[in-house]
Every structure is written in structure tokens, then in C-alpha cells.
Design a protein around this ligand. Sequence first.
Ligand code: NAI
Length: 263
Amino acid sequence: MKGNQDSSWADKVVLITGGATGIGKGIAMEMYGKGAAVVIAGRNAETGQEAADSLGARAIYIQMDVRDTSSVNTTVNHIIRTFGRLDILVNNAGIPRSTGIETELEDQWDNVINTNLNGYARCVRAALPFLKESCGNILNIASLVGAIGMENSSSYVASKGGIIAFTKSLALDLAKYGIRVNAILPGWIMTENVSRMHPDRLKLVIDAHPLGRIGTPKDCGKAACYLCSEDASFITGISLAVDGGIALGYGAQIASAYQPTES
Ligand code: NAI
């Protein structure tokens, strides 16, 4: 066994949607590093192929659009033809925050929900027969804002809140097959979109984290490996915040203004 490879991962086959960039790539790198075969599925053939090549011989790229049922089904069939099994589905492909309800057009709303929420359901439907065979895992990448809300992002927040609820419901429905279903709620993660922020605004964001830094795709990759591993065999239906404590902002900023009156 090489490096930090783990024998329990050696025969695992993982499908990561949107795995060519950002958080998905961080998860792909960590799971590949443990010894799994990794399938990166996404829209952009150039970055997808590049990402798979950068991992190594047991990684492949398949072009796929999560909005298209036949593209999703073809991808899963391709995986079964190539590897003969599927153990872990990581639903990660998503489009970023939208605008507020007053300005967002109906077709923009529909596209966010169709990609971020319906896309996850499409992948689950396609993968389910094979996850039943492997007693596998589903990991849904939601977002912290799906649990706590965020202004000017109504469709994005609705999609992410939907994923949190979907995760719980799936965990109940699929437990009888030995399939565990969990979610990760990333807070601020240093991906390309975040790195393009103005440095002053980025500093404000960093300062709001009790742990004093923004997260990395690797942080998400490590959490993903844990939730999909045997170490988490009694955990299903949870939403794990990977957020450096930023969700504790009420305690840090608001409640600290409270001064108990002296008796
Ligand atoms: P990203 O843009 O690097 O990754 C998204 C990936 O999904 C890209 O590779 C993109 O090509 C792919 N994708 C988009 N639409 C697709 C479609 N229709 N079919 C197939 N692939 C498609 O962004 P990031 O930040 O890595 O996001 C990954 C996930 O993490 C998303 O679900 C996002 O909402 C979530 N997230 C990210 C946070 C962050 O701070 N970066 C915070 C909270 C959640």
C-alpha cells in the first residue's frame, strides 16, 4: 500500500459530479489518495480530463450535465461497464448564488433548482440500483446557507435547504439497503470564485471565522472521506458543517453585546 492509502478504499468506485474544480476536486484528490477509483463527471471536457489525468490511472472523466436525465444515466452505465460497480455518489455539481426574489427571473430560479436540487435527485435515481448492490454511500454537498439563510440568494438557498431535507428523507428511505446518506455544509471555502473577491472583502470574511481562516477544498475532502468511510458506519442523515465556526456568529458578535445587569 502506498502513502496514506487505506485497504478499505482499494475496491471503492466513486462518482463525483462537478469533480474537476473546487470542492469536488478536493474530494476527488482525498478519495483517490486513499486508493479509490474516481470518476469525475461534469460539463467542461477540458478541465474534466485535465483533473482526471492529474489524479492518475484509476481516475476517468465522463462528460455529463446533471440537468439531463439521459446524460446522467449514460454516465452511470459507463461507470458500470468500466469498473463493474459503484460505491459512493458525491453530489457536488452546482451553480453559485443567485439574486433576491425581487430581481430573479423565473427561468433563472428554475435553472438553479434544476441544477442544484433536481440534479442531485437525478444522480441518486441513476446510481441507486448499483449503490444497493454495494451497500454504498451518498454524500450531498449542500451549503451552510441552506440551514441559516442568506440575503439576495433565494433560489440558491432554497436549493441548498432542499438538499438538507432531501438528505434526511433519503437516509430514512435507503437505510434498509445499508446505504448511508449524509450532507456536508461548507461555509466559506477557498475556491476560484471566492479567490476572486476583493482583498478587503475577503479580509472581512476571514476575520468573521472563529478559527481565523477560510476553509479549503482539502478540508471538505477530509470530511467527505470520513463520512463515506467505515469509521462513520453508524452515521446517516446528518448535515456536517465544515465552516471554521462561522455559523457561531450569533454567539461571537451579537450575544457578546449582552451585558448581564448586576444584582
Ligand atoms: P465550482 O464552480 O468550482 O464547482 C462546481 C462544479 O459543478 C464545476 O466543476 C461545474 O462545471 C460543475 N457543474 C455546474 N453545473 C453543472 C451541470 N449542469 N452539470 C454538470 N456539472 C456542472 O464551485 P465550488 O465552490 O467548488 O462548488 C461545489 C459545490 O459546493 C456546489 O454545490 C456549491 O454550491 C457548494 N458550496 C460551495 C461553497 C464555497 O465556498 N465554495 C460554499 C458552500 C457550498
